[in-house]
Design a protein around this ligand. Structure first.
Ligand SMILES: NC(=O)c1ccc[n+]([C@@H]2O[C@H](COP(=O)([O-])OP(=O)(O)OC[C@H]3O[C@@H](n4cnc5c(N)ncnc54)[C@H](OP(=O)(O)O)[C@@H]3O)[C@@H](O)[C@H]2O)c1
Length: 344
């Protein structure tokens, strides 16, 4: 039995053993990707309502960059006030349960799962059992890991925040990214008329995902169009609110959905502006916060099984190259989901 097999076996019995090894991408202080290194870390101990998972594939989010940098400052209560509380990136995973907390009846060691967590870029990660669901056999480890935070955010934007209706015209800005690539497919599934905005390289992808029209922002400025949209999902927010509202129907909904591209007071102002303006306009201006839940994770898994959703896996990195994966996300031009293969 190899080292890893021994580790899994000892954990399967609900005990940590001196032979169990937890390799993790870890940072001791806030900073850029250069602060992250491959280290041997203690195996996380699951609380009563948590599950310890041997990670197969980890999924990264834009929020991993916030947690890594401890910025914007709003993340510090969750990420650690002075230094990273956990220091391991990865907010989505697929893998195998090795230990379930005392209050967990939904999972047993050996169950294959996927869902949301913190610290997925490690051999072992723990997660609330409310944030995990069984992995359908018909989908791959990669597809499962990719169908977590961004997929939930797309579902919560379109189904819950916009309550999108068949025939409505929707504009999705950042259509080739983590959320956008799911949002295009979901909007199409809900019967909307979909226009995606992305760079030249992503035009064929966004077309393949089902957009009726794709605007290449390097050639065309969508804010100068005569078209009016019922819903705009803005995953980038690099244009002034007023310019986006120019192409929003008089009773349309603009969902502002980006945390990047501004710092300090400018960030706070951008965050608050649509919320403060909303009561005074006929157009609706909203932000929303997507939270993981097992029902929606299961819905997404079934949509992938049914072929309704195709997770776009833009790039996959080995565990030791996680800093490069985060650099790619920080570029602001990631295509689809960025994954880290932990098991390999
Ligand atoms: N509300 C919530 O609960 C929630 C949850 C998760 C994430 N978020 C936020 O949602 C935002 C988007 O997340 P994500 O995972 O989709 O990010 P992402 O994977 O980095 O995708 C962003 C996409 O935008 C494209 N883009 C860049 N500049 C553009 C421009 N000027 N016009 C149009 N497209 C442009 C990029 O590629 P190309 O330029 O090459 O096309 C990229 O594909 C983040 O700021 C994140 O913080 C919110």
């Amino acid at each position: 039995m190899g080292m890893d097999a021994q580790a899994t076996a000892s954990l399967t019995n609900g005990q940590t053993s001196p032979t169990a090894v937890n390799l993790a991408i870890w940072q001791a202080r806030y900073g850029g990707p250069e602060t992250l290194t491959l280290q041997q870390r203690p195996i996380p101990q699951p609380n009563a309502d948590e599950v310890l998972v041997r990670v197969h594939t980890a999924s990264l989010e834009v929020a991993d960059c916030f947690m890594m940098q401890g910025a914007p400052i709003l993340v510090r209560p969750a990420s650690g006030i002075w230094k990273p509380a956990l220091g391991i990136p990865g907010m989505g995973l697929s893998g195998t349960v090795v230990q379930a907390g005392a209050a967990v009846s939904r999972f047993r060691p050996g169950d294959e799962v996927f869902g949301c967590c913190v610290g997925a870029c490690a051999t072992y990660a723990k997660a609330s059992h409310h944030h995990l669901v069984p992995k359908p056999r018909a989908i791959t480890w990669q597809q499962a890991a990719a169908s977590t935070g961004s997929a939930l955010a797309a579902l919560h934007a379109l189904r819950d925040t916009a309550r999108i209706q068949p025939g409505q015209k929707i504009l999705i800005i950042g259509a080739g990214g983590g959320i956008g690539s799911f949002a295009v497919q979901l909007a199409r599934h809900y019967g909307a008329q979909v226009t995606g905005v992305c760079s030249t390289a992503n035009v064929p992808l966004v077309q393949e995902l089902g957009a009726h029209r794709v605007i290449d922002y390097t050639h065309e400025d969508f804010t100068h169009s005569a078209q009016r949209y019922d819903v705009i999902l803005d995953n980038v927010e690099n244009r002034p609110l007023a310019e986006c509202r120019n192409v929003l129907a008089p009773d349309g909904l603009l969902i502002c959905n980006s945390g990047t591209g501004a710092q300090g007071l400018a960030f706070a102002a951008r965050l608050l502006k649509p919320i403060l303006l909303n009561p005074f306009t006929r157009q609706k201006l909203k932000r929303y916060l997507s939270m993981p839940n097992p029902k929606d994770l299961a819905i997404l898994g079934q949509m992938v099984v049914a072929g309704i959703l195709r997770p776009v896996i833009g790039r996959t990195y080995p565990l030791h190259q996680t800093p490069d994966a985060l650099r790619y996300i920080q570029s602001g031009h990631a295509r689809g989901k960025v994954l880290v293969e932990v098991a390999s």
